[in-house]
Design a binder for this molecule. Sequence first.
Ligand code: NAP
Length: 248
Amino acid sequence: MSKVILITGGSRGIGAATARLAAADGYAVAIAYHQNVQAARTVVDELLADGHRAIAVQADIASEQAVGHLFTTVDQQLGELSGLVNNAGVLDKQCRVDAIDVDRMQRIFSTNIIGSFLCAQQAVRRMSTRYQGNGGAIVNVSSIASRTGSPNEYVDYAASKGAIDSFTIGLAKEVAAEGIRVNAVRPGFIDTDIHASGGEANRIQRQQQVIPMQRGGQPEEVARTILWLLSDQASFCTGSLVDVSGGI
Ligand code: NAP
C-alpha cells in the first residue's frame, strides 16, 4: 500500500504543487480545502486521471470539529496516515498594525496557528509510537515573514508565522523519540494567489529587486523541499526551519 499524506490547502498554490509532486512520488494524497471546491476538484481529478489515489475534503482547519471529521475521512478512505503538510494559511489586506481590527486578528491566528495545532494533534495521535502508530513526518509551512515582520503589510500574518516556527521546534522535540519528524519550510515571495488576497496581485514584481536571486519563486520549488523533508532522505532532520526564498 502507498503511504498516505494529508496536505491542508492542497487545492491551490504551494499546496496543489505539493499534492502533484507527492502523488508522483507514490503517495496516496488527501487535500483539504476551505471554500473553492472547483479548485480542489481540478487537482483531484488530475491526480485520479494519472492513476493516483486522491481525495479532496472540505474543512475549515480553524474548527476542531471539522478537523476531526477531516482526519476520520482520510482514515476511512485512504488508510493509515504517514505524513501531514500544514500548508493552509491566510493573510488580509495590507495595512499597519494600528489599523488591524480584532476580528481579522482572530481569523488570521485561528487559521494559521490554531489550525496547524489542531491538524498536528490529530496526526500525532495517529502516527506516534506512543499511540501505537508507525511514525511519520510533519512539515509546517511558515514564511520568511516570521523574520522580516512584514511591516506596513501584515504584521499579524508575520507574527502567526513566528508562532509556527516556535511550534515546529517545540513539537519536534516532543515527538522526536516517537518516530515523528517535524520540520518547517519558510518560503519567500512565491507566485500564487495569496498576494492578490493581500490587495496587491503584482507584489512580487514590486519586491523583485530586493530578492538576491532577483526573482520570485514557483510553488514547485517549495513543494520539492517539502517532499524532501517528508522523505527518508531527511531522516536526521527534525526541528529544522528551511528557507526557500531566493536568498532573502
Ligand atoms: P493560496 O494560493 O492563497 O492557497 C491557500 C490554500 O489554503 C487554499 O487551498 C485555501 O483553500 C486553503 N485555505 C485557506 N484557509 C483555509 C481554512 N480555514 N481551512 C482550510 N483550508 C484553507 O496560498 P499559497 O500562497 O499557496 O500559501 C500556502 C502557504 O504558504 C500558506 O501557509 C502561506 O502563508 C505560505 N506562504 C506563501 C508564500 C507566498 O509567497 N505565496 C510565502 C510564504 C509563505 P480555498 O481555496 O478553498 O479557500
